[in-house]
Ligand binder design. Structure first.
Ligand SMILES: NC(=O)c1ccc[n+]([C@@H]2O[C@H](COP(=O)([O-])OP(=O)(O)OC[C@H]3O[C@@H](n4cnc5c(N)ncnc54)[C@H](OP(=O)(O)O)[C@@H]3O)[C@@H](O)[C@H]2O)c1
Length: 268
């Protein structure tokens, strides 16, 4: 896609600014404007040289609009989005729990894509799962795909129901990995390492393991077995994790996140 495309991102919070910064970094053919009413959120976007406005501009020459505001705000104030309601281009929502039919009905359009990205988008290392409304044109589908490939990797799904699972897994995923990293750091400190050494080791551990999983094609369970020498040290740690059912606790946690995504759709 070589012709320049104009994109508006509504909301410069964690996700909106990650998308803006990722696209700015990876995709010079997108002209990006961010709309954010809270000027205290502007600095990360403006310091990257991205245009930011307090109110919605005219949308006539805009090819896509990305909604990155909290779902609760959307549900409460959608009637006030008058300019968006008359908008003819592609609307991409990254809001958790807001369904495609809800977006189509509220915004009075058929050109809708529901997506679930994550914050590593800012470094073009994101993962985005997306689904398009059935009437979405081929051109708009291609535009959505090209936006998401500018943010890292993407997965298109036909079944919208998968978006709740993607919200739990992909949207929230960096938090779970960071939570695990925090546990490793906590251990490193108690084992006597200073902050800098602890952080250096933990980050390389995560990176090395990810690269190994990606490049060897090995399953995580196999890799785990490989490191666990029989009657060795690692086996002791994994045995305790298994005794405490750590894996099922993690699956339960993600199920809770998925339920919350479904509840948002049902207005709970
Ligand atoms: N954070 C993530 O990792 C993540 C991942 C995937 C998807 N998401 C989705 O991304 C959306 C945003 O999440 P977030 O974490 O970025 O939230 P956030 O940090 O709270 O940012 C949302 C921003 O949007 C602003 N905003 C609200 N209404 C607006 C309007 N009408 N016009 C312009 N700006 C407006 C908010 O300002 P005020 O606070 O002043 O209202 C706030 O600065 C949510 O729907 C969430 O489900 C987030």
């Amino acid at each position: 896609m070589n012709a320049s495309k104009s994109i508006i991102i509504v909301g410069a919070g964690h996700m909106g600014s990650a998308i803006a910064l990722g696209l700015k970094r990876s995709s010079p053919h997108f002209s990006i404007t961010v709309v954010e009413h809270d000027v205290t959120c502007w600095s990360s976007v403006t310091s990257a040289g991205i245009c930011i406005l307090e109110t919605m501009p005219e949308l006539k020459k805009i090819e896509a609009l990305i909604l990155a505001i909290p779902p609760q705000t959307f549900l409460k104030h959608s009637k006030h989005f008058v300019k968006i309601q008359n908008y003819a281009g592609l609307i991409i929502s990254v809001m958790a729990g807001i369904t495609i039919s809800e977006l189509m009905r509220t915004l009075n359009t058929t050109q809708v894509c529901r997506a679930m990205p994550n914050v590593p988008c800012t470094l073009v290392e994101g993962m985005t799962v997306f689904c398009c409304a059935t009437p979405t044109t081929k051109e708009n589908h291609a535009l959505a795909q090209s936006l998401f490939s500018g943010l890292g990797k993407w997965l298109f799904v036909k079944d919208e129901k998968l978006l709740d699972g993607a919200t739990a897994l992909v949207g929230g995923g960096p938090a779970y990995v960071a939570y695990f990293a925090a546990s490793l750091l906590e251990y490193a400190r108690t084992a006597g390492f200073n902050e800098a050494s602890a952080s250096y080791m933990v980050i390389q551990l995560l990176r090395g393991t990810t690269v190994m999983l990606e490049q060897s094609g090995e399953t995580p369970v196999n890799l785990c077995q490989k490191v666990m020498t029989a009657k060795g040290t690692t086996e002791q740690a994994i045995k305790l994790f298994d005794d405490k059912q750590l894996r099922s606790i993690i699956v339960d946690g993600l199920n809770q996140a998925c339920l919350r995504s479904k509840a948002l759709a049902e207005r709970i």
